[in-house]
Design a protein around this ligand. Structure first.
Ligand SMILES: [Mn+2]
Length: 343
């Protein structure tokens, strides 16, 4: 069993290795004092949501606690992250923990939660007993810091799960917001994570995915207006992923394979049966104000919004209006180009 590499910040030296994460005492005391845990991730789960739930469940079981993950929705694409044994029910469990979920209505199984553990900046905190909401490259980083605080050492399997969450939320280190992600990666690797196996599994795509990606890249359009940051946008109809045999979870990974414009925003508009899903990506430019204006949320460089009862044309109009509003330019001054580059 590999031991944790104990970061110096735990000894009180905030050297930035892990962004100075400090686990709230109320959370540590609450988890130590309780038993019978149910860990719930968010709907349309990504790798980090499932990895965070799996890792926290494993940590609690290492402590001798009864714990299980409650995730009715585990897509085949991400099934490698969550061992089915972690979902197995035992005696009635009542202490619910939300992981990686910014709002209660996004929980896979709705209901009050006792503890809330999340790295989304716009999470208001909705745990009845304790919340821990703090920025980190992935929610598994919080689980790792919590394991340290609870005195649980990671073995290779747990470290691999923690690393998987980091891979997921950095899109395989394509969308790294700072050096913290690499410090965490090193820590997980030195704790015994099989980084190669996790990366191979994470980056696996179906053949149709690459065909769809090529199609989408060729259809990129640009919005420009004097004084506004550049915005690259592409719309994907509901038929396109179907035609290539791409399911919703793999479709959700499309934006991470497209490059955001320098100093600007990439928006992928994905048509669905109920409306249009907008996915925002950037390298450094804060996309949260745009996501919030359109009723969504997420992280500063990776966010999303769902527009219901609307088609692609309507969604594009809403996007242009919101973007022009934020940039303080009249919507009429926005120029649209269907081209591979903005000039
Ligand atoms: Mn996450």
């Amino acid at each position: 069993m590999a031991a944790w590499v104990r970061p110096r910040w735990l000894e009180g030296e905030r050297d930035g290795l892990a962004g100075g994460l400090t686990v709230p005492r109320a959370l540590v005391a609450g988890l130590n004092g309780a038993d019978g845990f149910v860990i719930v991730p968010h709907v349309l789960p990504d790798v980090d949501a499932l990895a965070s739930a799996a890792a926290l469940c494993t940590v609690l079981r290492h402590m001798g606690k009864r714990a299980r993950v409650e995730a009715p929705e585990v897509p085949d694409l991400h099934a490698w992250v969550l061992d089915p044994a972690l979902q197995r029910a035992d005696a009635a469990a009542a202490v619910r923990i939300a992981v990686d979920t910014a709002r209660p209505e996004r929980l896979q199984v709705p209901g009050p939660v006792t503890f809330c553990l999340d790295h989304h900046e716009d999470n208001p905190g909705f745990g009845v007993e304790a919340d821990w909401v703090t920025p980190a490259p992935s929610c598994t980083c919080l689980v790792a810091a919590l394991a340290d605080a609870l005195g649980v050492e990671a073995d290779g399997a747990l470290a691999t799960t923690l690393y998987a969450g980091l891979l997921g939320d950095t899109s395989g280190f394509r969308e790294v917001g700072g050096p913290d992600a690499f410090a965490w990666a090193e820590r997980f690797a030195r704790s015994g994570a099989d980084c190669g196996a996790a990366a191979e599994r994470f980056h696996r795509r179906s053949p149709g995915f690459w065909a769809l990606l090529a199609e989408v890249e060729g259809a990129m359009g640009w919005l420009t207006a004097p004084g506004a940051p550049p915005l690259a946008a592409v719309a994907v109809t509901v038929d396109q992923p179907r035609r290539h045999g791409i399911g919703p979870y793999e479709h959700a990974m499309l934006p991470t394979h497209l490059s955001p414009p320098a100093g600007g925003v990439l928006v992928v508009l994905q048509e669905g049966v109920q409306g249009v899903r907008l996915r925002f990506r950037s390298r450094g430019h804060d996309v949260l104000p745009l996501a919030h204006l359109l009723g969504g949320g997420g992280h500063p460089t990776s966010a999303g919004a769902q527009l219901r009862g609307i088609g692609l044309d309507g969604a594009q109009e809403r996007l242009v209006a919101a973007w022009a509003h934020l940039a303080g330019v009249p919507a009429g001054s926005v120029r649209r180009r269907a081209a591979a580059s903005p000039v």
